[in-house]
Structures are given as C-alpha cells and as structure tokens.
Ligand binder design. Structure first.
Ligand code: FAD
Length: 440
C-alpha cells in the first residue's frame, strides 16, 4: 500500500517536473535567436520557467483526487503556496535583471514608447505582486476568506494571461512554429484545467445533489448535518477523509467549505455526516439549514486515513479536530475491529466536549481508551488538564512509543507542539499523520 503510494507520488513528481522543465529545454532546440549577453538570456530563462510554474498552479488546486491521494490535500496546498512564491520570485527577478541592464527603459519618455508587450509585463507583475501580498497577509489585511478567494483567482488569471501575452509579443525564442505550438498547447491545457475546476466539476456535482436529513445539535456550539444522496448512490469514503460542502446556491459558487466526514464509512445508504463548529460567517449559519434542503458535496479527499494495521492507534484531537477521529471510531465499531485505540482529546471544558456521551458508549464496543484533557477543568477534576505534552503521552501509552500509529488534528499551535513532542520521543515521521484545518 505504502509502496504503491510512493510510486504513485514519484510518477506525479516526474510529470510535474516535465511540465515545468520541458518548455525551457524546448527553447534550446531548433532555431536560436542571435546571441545576447548572459544576463539577458538568464533573465529570459527565469521568465519562461516562472510562467510555466504559474500555469501549473491551477492543476495543483484543481482537486484531482488521483493526483492528491499520495500526499493529502493539505500537503498539496502547502506545496502550492511555497512553489508559487518560487514562481513569483523567478518572474520578478526576470524583470529586475532585464530592467537593471537597461535602466533607461524606465524613463517616462521611453515607457510611453514601449511596445505593447512591455505593458502586458507590467500588468502581469503588478497582478502577481498583489496576489502574493494578499495571500501572505490576508488575515492582517482583514480580507474575508471569500473576497480573498475570488480575488486570488482573478489575479492569477490576469497574471498568467498577461504573462503569456508578454511572452508572445517579445518572444524572440518563439520563432519556430512548433515552439509557438508548444506554448499554445500549454495555454490551452491551463485553460482546460480552469474550465474543468470551475465548470465541468460543478456540473457533475449538480447532477449528484444531497438532501439534509437532519440537523443535530452537539455539545460545544457545534451541529451535525446528516445528508443523504438524492437520486444517486453517493460515494464511498475512508474514515478520516473530508469533502467540500456547498450549502446555499449551486456548486458553481467559487467557495465551498471543507469539512471532515464524522460518520461511519460503513453506512450502506451513502449517508454522510459533517460536524461543524460555529467559528465564522458560514459555520454560524448552519442552524439555519432546514431538513430537506438540497446541498452539494465534493469528495472524498485527503490522506489522513487509518489504513496501516498497527499494534495500536493513537488519536490526538483538539476541539473540533475530533470529527475525523469520530469517523474512524464509528467505522472501527461497525467493522467490529478490536485493535487497541487511545483517544487523547483536548477540550475547553467538560460541558463543551463534542460527542462526550457517544465516546463513553463506544468504549463498550471497541478496545478504546479515552483521555480527556481540559483547558478549564471543573472543581474536583482529577483527570488531565492543560496541554497534550510528551509527558502526558508517556502516562497513557505503553512503550515502545515508536511502534504506535499517531493521528493528529486540532488547532495549529497544538499540532506543532504535538509534532515536536513526537519528534522528541523519536517517533519516525512515517508513523504520524496530521490533518490541518487551515489551507489558507
Ligand atoms: C481539511 C479540513 C477539514 C475540516 N473539517 C472541519 C470539521 O470537520 N468541522 C469544522 O467545524 N471545521 C472543519 N474545518 C474548518 C472549516 O472549513 C472552517 O472553519 C470553515 O470553512 C470556516 O468558515 P467560516 O466562514 O465560518 O469562517 P471564517 O471566519 O470566514 O473563516 C475562518 C477561517 O477558516 C478558513 N476558511 C474559511 N473558509 C474556508 C474555505 N472555504 N476553505 C478553506 N478554508 C476556509 C480560513 O482560514 C479562515 O480564516 C476543516 C478545514 C479543513 C481544511
């Protein structure tokens, strides 16, 4: 299983590199333009590579299940963020080197007489810089997620389209028709990816709607949506995976919200549940959802799944990070799986522990130990309190710690601390799996 994931992953990395490097190496074949100085040629190479990387970003966030499977969606989004910075860096460096070599081009008199391709370069770079600034400092700039997401797509399309126009206008390397054909092909591919994400995929979702069967209040300002497929069999998921939910309107809306499935993966009728904590505009409106309402689900996604049979599974949840764990536990119970499981579960206080009663009941059906860790324990509390630390692990888990399989989901600070604790206990990276609830 792991090996096939590794091979699968290696193939996609090779395809990715091919798409990035092939356009660059293709420039070196066929007819060459008259030689120019090293820095000009170097800057041009940076520009071509940066543009090829930018175009492929659309593919990275296109939610191709088959592509993201070996890594999980959060790793892909992290890669998208990092590699976009590299691409933007290459393009800006390309412009800086070219203008540093000819500073006179920046004089207002010369700028007015510049060829049209130079204007496209300016539009592309301004859009790119705005894109990076908004992505890095969205929260500090107080831009809502929805506004940011829409502007992100618009700015990316403008930056790439203007970049292509600039390349065609000043493309001394594109004299050969086949090189032009290569770039036209790439552009069509990028447009195809965009159409797939924004039109084809939503059309498929439109034909496979779900109906809300129940809205259940849970402890901790949280509600569970129970959804049934409407006129189709639904999809199968692996416990720990998540889907994108569109509650109001059609799936063509630009922003769906990601939520883990909290129900058992064994439901025969395609029913799925998502358990949602009130944390912002969208999540606070869950109680307005009515039974029978039509909703759309895009899924399943994610690699945060129990697959490897191990001696012992350790689930570490903070707050609403318990939802994928709940799906794992409910599925194990339905499968009558008796492997030992320990759930270390951090909550604010005793009353806000989501699924508290059901976890108690599950202990009778599973070989399950639940350790509650409370930030604000009630008077007389003798259980764990504060943060989940390496010492806490050692109190509740049998050694050797390196032979257990760990699953972590919760606030970023908690996850960072736990990953450090596991590192200090010499647990190898392959033994722990994380799901971060922040893609952006
Ligand atoms: C893989 C994954 C699984 C998740 N599972 C659950 C779950 O089971 N239960 C649960 O309560 N929450 C879950 N979340 C978090 C949930 O998606 C956000 O809390 C929710 O989208 C916030 O929306 P809002 O408009 O209410 O809040 P806002 O105040 O608008 O947003 C709060 C923060 O949530 C993030 N966010 C908002 N909208 C989106 C979006 N469309 N896509 C990605 N991130 C967004 C942003 O970082 C934002 O700053 C999960 C997140 C991820 C990435």
């Amino acid at each position: 299983m792991r090996l096939s994931y590794a091979v699968h992953g290696a193939i996609w990395i090779a395809v990715y590199l091919l798409f990035i490097l092939a356009p660059l190496f293709a420039l070196l074949a066929g007819t060459w333009p008259p030689a120019r100085d090293f820095w000009t040629e170097f800057a041009v190479a940076l520009g071509y590579s940066g543009l090829a990387m930018m175009g492929l970003q659309i593919g990275l966030t296109a939610r191709f299940r088959y592509v993201t499977k070996p890594w999980g969606e959060d790793v892909i989004y992290h890669f998208h963020r990092q590699i976009s910075l590299v691409a933007a860096g290459l393009i800006v460096t390309h412009a800086v080197i070219l203008t540093a070599g000819r500073p006179e081009t920046l004089l207002p008199r010369n700028m007015l007489q510049a060829p049209w391709s130079a204007y496209f370069a300016i539009v592309s770079i301004v859009a790119l810089i705005a894109l990076v600034v908004a992505a890095l400092w969205r929260v500090r700039l107080k831009i809502s997620y929805e506004t940011w997401h829409l502007s992100h797509i618009v700015l990316a399309v403008v930056a790439i389209a203007a970049g292509i126009a600039h390349m065609v206008g000043s493309g001394v390397y594109l004299v050969d028709p086949w090189k032009r054909a290569l770039w036209i092909g790439l552009t069509i591919f990028w447009i195809g990816l965009l159409l797939y994400v924004r039109v084809v995929k939503p059309l498929f979702m439109l034909r496979r709607p779900y109906r809300v069967a129940e809205v259940r209040r849970e402890r901790g300002d949280t509600s569970t949506l129970v959804m049934r497929p409407d006129g189709h069999p639904g999809f199968r998921f692996t416990p720990g995976q998540f889907g994108w939910l569109t509650l109001w309107g059609r799936p063509f809306k630009i922003t769906g919200h990601p939520f883990s499935f909290s129900s058992s993966a064994e439901a025969a009728d395609g029913r799925v549940e998502m358990t949602i904590r009130n944390l912002g505009d969208f999540t606070s409106a869950i109680h307005n959802v009515s039974e029978g309402q039509r909703v759309f689900l895009d899924g399943p996604y994610g690699a945060f799944t129990i697959g490897n049979p191990a001696d012992m599974h350790v689930l570490i949840a903070g707050g609403i990070g318990v939802t994928p764990m709940m799906s794992m536990l409910r599925s194990l119970a339905d499968r009558r799986d008796r492997r030992p499981v320990t759930l270390l579960y951090g909550s604010r206080d005793w009353d806000s522990i989501t699924f508290r009663e059901e976890l108690e009941a599950l202990q009778a059906r599973l070989n399950l130990t639940v350790v509650h860790v409370l930030a604000n324990p009630p008077d007389g509390w003798t259980g764990e309190q504060g943060f989940i630390t390496a010492d806490l692990f050692k109190r509740h888990l049998p050694p050797p710690y390196t032979s257990h399989e760990y699953f972590i989901c919760g606030p970023n600070v908690m996850m960072d601390a736990i990953e450090r604790a596991l590192g200090s206990m010499r647990v190898p990276l392959s033994k722990y799996h994380s799901e971060r609830y922040s893609f952006a």
